[in-house]
Structure formats: C-alpha cells, structure tokens
Ligand binder design. Sequence first.
Ligand code: SDX
Length: 428
Amino acid sequence: MSDTAILEIKGEKHEFPLIVGTENEIGIDIKTLRGATLGVTTIDPGYKNTGSCQSGITFLDGEKGILRYRGYAIEDLADKADFLEVAYLLIFGDLPSKDQLIKFHADIKTESVVDDDVKKILDAFPKSAHPMGVLSSLTSALTAFNPTSVNVDSEEDMYKSVVKILGKFPVLVAWTMRKKKGLPLNYGSNSLNYVENVLKMMFEKPNEEYVQNPILVNALDKLLILHADHEQNCSTSTVRIVGSSHAGLFASLSAGISALWGPLHGGANQAVLEMLEAIKDDGGDTKKYMGKAKDKQDPFRLMGFGHRVYKNFDPRAKIIKVAADEVLSDLGVEDPILDIAKGLEKEALQDEYFVKRKLYPNVDFYSGIIYRAMGIPTEMFTVMFALGRLPGWIAQWREMRLRKEPIGRPRQIYTGENYRAFKTIDKR
Ligand code: SDX
C-alpha cells in the first residue's frame, strides 16, 4: 500500500503523507495543503471525516463496538477497576501501583476544600437554574481562587492543577444538587474513597449520619468509569480547542461542561428520561414516538439512540443495560420506565428506518434509569456525566499541552457578498 495520498486539483497532482495509527487507522496529513495549492482547503461540517489530532488515550471502533482506555477494554475496566484507578490511567497512561494510587488520592484529598466565597456565587443563582449552567460557572470561577492553576507549562504545575480540580469538582457537583434541594452545603470525609465521598456529599442529610449503600457505590463507580473518556467527542474537542489558546485548565473544563449540556450530547441522558416519561404518560404508546422520530417534518429524535461514531451497539450501553437490571432489583425498585425503554429498544432494533441508519442505543439510553433509581434528580443526570468525563477531559487537555499542539483555528469557505462600495445613509 502506498504511504501517500495523491490529490489532483485543476490538473495539478499533489502528494500528501499517510499517518497510520497503532490500530491501523489511516489519516491523510494535509498540513501542507493550503501552501502547496495556493489556498485550497477542505470542508467537513461536524468534522465527520476529519481528525483533529493524534492521541494515545482512547481508542474506539464504531463499526465493531470497541472502546479501550490506554489499551484496556472498557468491559475489563468497568468490571475490575475503580473510578480513581481509571482516572489515573487516562491522565498518566498506566494503571497505578498501590503506592501511586494512595499518593494520588492523598494529593486529591488535600485539595478537596473549596474557597468559602464560592458559596456566594452559588447563592446568587435561583433554585430554578439548570445544574449544568451552575456547574460550568462555578468551575470557571475556581480560576479566580486558584490563579496558579492557569500558566502550567511544567508537568509538576500541571499535576497540581489536576489534583486541585479532581478534589474540588465533586464538591461543586454536590453543592449544585444541594442548592437545588435547599440543603445546607457540606463536605465529605477524607476517610472515604472517592465515590463514597461523592455520595455522602450529595445525599447526606443535616440531621442524620449518612450510611453508605454498597449497591449505590458500585453502580456510580461503574457509571463514572463508563463515561470517563470517549476520544474527540464534542465536549472533549471543546476542552482541547479552548486549552489550545493556553487558557487555564478550569476555564477549558468550564467550556467542555457547556458543550456537554446540549441534548444532542451529554444532555441526552436527561432528554431520554423526559422522553420515556412522556411515553409513559401517553399510555406507553412507543409506536407514536417511533413515528415522530422518523418523521422528517418533526424535529423529535429518539433520544439515547444513534451516535456519530458507533454504527453498532455502544459497548457502554450494553454494560449499563445489564447494570440497570441489577441495580433496580438490588434496590427493590420496580420502574415501568425500564420496561418502556426495553420495549422501545426492541422495536427500534427491528425497524427498517433505524436498522438502515445503524441507529443503536448509546451510553445515554439506560444511564438515566440507574441515576433515577439512585435518587438523583433528572436535571442532575448530565452533571453526573460531567463528573465521569472529568478525567478524560483532563487527560486530553494535558496531552494537547504536553505535545505543544498549535492553537486551534479552522479555516472556512466564504460564501457572502463580493466587494461593494460603501453607501451613505441617504443613498440606501
Ligand atoms: C453522546 O461523540 C461522542 O462520543 C458522544 C458520546 C460521548 O461519550 O462523548 O458518546 C456521548 O453524546 C451520545 C449521543 C447522545 N445523543 C443522543 O442520544 C441524541 C439523539 N441522537 C442524535 O441526535 C444523533 O444520533 C447524534 C447527534 C448522536 C449523531 O448524529 P449524526 O452523527 O450527526 O448523525 P445524523 O444526524 O447525520 O443522522 C444520520 C441519519 C439522519 O437521517 P437521514 O438524514 O439520513 O434521513 O440518522 C437520523 C438522522 O435524522 N438519526 C436519527 C437519530 N439519530 C440520527 N433519527 C431519529 N432519532 C435519532 N436519535
């Protein structure tokens, strides 16, 4: 196979090198295209065919339904690792030794207090504010209280920013939920593991001791692992491009949270529950909603279905579907929504429209059912997605900065007015 690609433009041939990845993916390196062709660029709306970078963090194969973090299969990590181990793996490239994990967690614990003045910012929000907007604002505000986290060129300075955000972010997540519920803002305990600490901060009542439920701890640990990274998705690309201007890590993460909020991306887990609730209220009429999803005149889409990359089952959806059954039965929860979800999935997988377009359930289709069984409010579902994705965003931002990637600045093809002389107002 030739290791170059040849492009012929207006009779002139141009040769470009091929980049072949460790999983034999092939990319055409067009770094020299504009210069070699006096200004010709490519156009690829939504970057469906365009790679933004070379990365060693996550590999996914959409046709085969494969997902690996630093070479480890998502099935193994979800089954055998815990979330903090996976965070270390994504950020630093290898599974930690016992001592490395102990030190990592200890460094995070020392940073798990948030400046009390952040509460004043939280107080200013109405209870009706969407938690994703609150979380994005508070994350960006952390820069003001941690100014040394911005100019981080050395790995040592970067590490300090990483443990700061891994320590403080769960506090912001918990405070965002507690604000909505009118509960006093609290802290967890350094005697707990990372996920136990999140649950305690989220659910502790001011007048009783919080008792950990291992079913909830295991379910949340698994869900966070499954959401931890997903190569160059919309919000990760946002974190990378904001970080490429050398904006600080917290500002880059705040932008990523805003991108994740959208219902076509991370906001889908909330939209799935709202859709399933609507179907339940509508007497369980899944056929009506399938019809709406296929009707080009109707903007409605079957939330939790389809994916930019997976044209097979999202491997995370498979794991979460099994976990949903387990968690609900362990908790003794009977949720008709789960039955509606399974019915909808069964119908869609047999429907020509969905089969032809290779639309399968994605990570968001079943996750909300577990969050709801855990007592997490629907509006907090995407916040939980952000908590899971945090180590992936950090890993991708760190890789981009350590590799000294250039500032992201795409080109365009102008299709507006050609030159025209200015007209004074009396002549318009
Ligand atoms: C996440 O990228 C990632 O990795 C994201 C993520 C991650 O971990 O970071 O995996 C997390 O965001 C998962 C996706 C969550 N979003 C949803 O569940 C929202 C519903 N899904 C769709 O909006 C859609 O499938 C997208 C946005 C996910 C993907 O859209 P694409 O790749 O741009 O596909 P498309 O819009 O070009 O659709 C192709 C065809 C179109 O029909 P035709 O024009 O060919 O006739 O499929 C149709 C679409 O109308 N289609 C759907 C559909 N999804 C696509 N029709 C009905 N219902 C749907 N859900």
